[in-house]
Ligand binder design. Sequence first.
Ligand SMILES: [Zn+2]
Length: 506
Amino acid sequence: MSYYVTTPIYYVNGEPHLGHAYTTIAADVLARHMRQRGEDVFFLTGTDEHGEPVAQAAEKLGITPRELGDANAVRFKELAVALNATNDFFIRTTDPEHMAKVAEVVQRIYDNGHVYAGHYEGWYCPRCADFKTESELVDGNQCPIHRIVLEIETEDNWFFRLSAFQERLEQLYAEHPDFVTPQNRYNEALSFIKSGLRDFSLSRQRLKWGVPVPWDDSQVIYVWIDALLNYYTALSYARPGEDLTDRFWPATVHLIGKDILKFHAVIWPALLMAADLPVPERVGIHGFLLLGEHKMSKSLGNVIEPFRVVELYGEDALRFYAMREVSFGSDGEVSPEGFETRYNTELANEYGNLASRTLAMIGRYRDGVVPDAKPATEVAGEFEGLRQAVCERLDAVEITPALDEIWRRIKLLNRYVTEEEPWQLAKDEAQAERLDEVLYTLAEGLRVVSVLLHPFMPRTVERLLEALGREDLSLDGAQLGAVGGGAELGELGQLFPRVEAEASAA
Ligand SMILES: [Zn+2]
């Protein structure tokens, strides 16, 4: 089965921040998990480089939009690398292959009769590169996102007949209750559709920085149309000499933030319908990570800056925190102290400690070889259905609940150590068989949770599995008892070292 996951393409008019890292991490978790299941995976991310905001930002800096795009695209590529993201391609909307394909699809929409010449007047936010309706404006005539005062703009340009797709969109939503998740976002998109769709202009007259309209070179294609099409165009040229479109289109899931819901859940499927192309299976919406008022952290300052966190704590700690702290799909607060608390309690004390204790006890009591035994019944019962539950959660893009499922078992294994007291069993020769069972159950439980955790914390898990002498990452093996004893344990340093604030203060 093919699985195609995307992030939005990131706008190059600023530096990468936690919000970008967040979606990339989530998409990487899904991509890695699906590869573990043996699926044929394609994971796309990239940068959005056209439109008025980029042109304006470049002008301010006294450079060309292309130069700004080049400089900032590098930073977004570096972010993907820093996060250990396994994207299969990095698209830039200034790629000539993308631009040619955009023109081709827009021409098809025109040829199909869905475009007409019109006159547009409305509240325009240059930072959104979008017109706002009266009901969206806040505090008089401000952009609800950017809080800047908007002005009425008028233009003659080309209009897309969005209104003609209302019925087909309603039908899509009726037939595919998972088209948008979570449910509250589905409801929001559907009620927007039901409130009546208005045609919108798919070209811009004043702007020069974009893809020219194929039948009218006095206009460029509206940056959002250009951007949305990246999900489709990338497949046609990501592999030189090979077209992956048939293999991966339609996309399995587009991950996006809630602020761009309307574009992805309404306009995007309508455009695809207009071009006679299949629509994606799902649009998975996440909330915002909110930065409240917090006291300064000595090592991280007062914001979670992704490059800084990775430099000090490693990418796995950031990946874990981002997926754990705020339930994916909802808004929630993040902070440097919150990060440090999760790092010290859950990563170091719970997972790291379980690993080091298990390895140390097998080293001490069984010469570093995992004993051969059956998993303890009480633990086996708790692990039953775990793999299936994680798969179902991730199929539904419920990333935080999937991680919760795994973490519950880590806590359980820690309780099991405390209750069984292997150090007491080791004092009594008559308890040798019992000790074998306990140590095997711990090693095997640790292996199973680690295989399932791999998409979240790949580098850490690889180190740990290597030390456990069991490096198979396939999900088939993620069941308690799937692997017997006999593995020789290797060395495992500290997985989550304490970060000295003094030494690293910014
Ligand atoms: Zn705006």
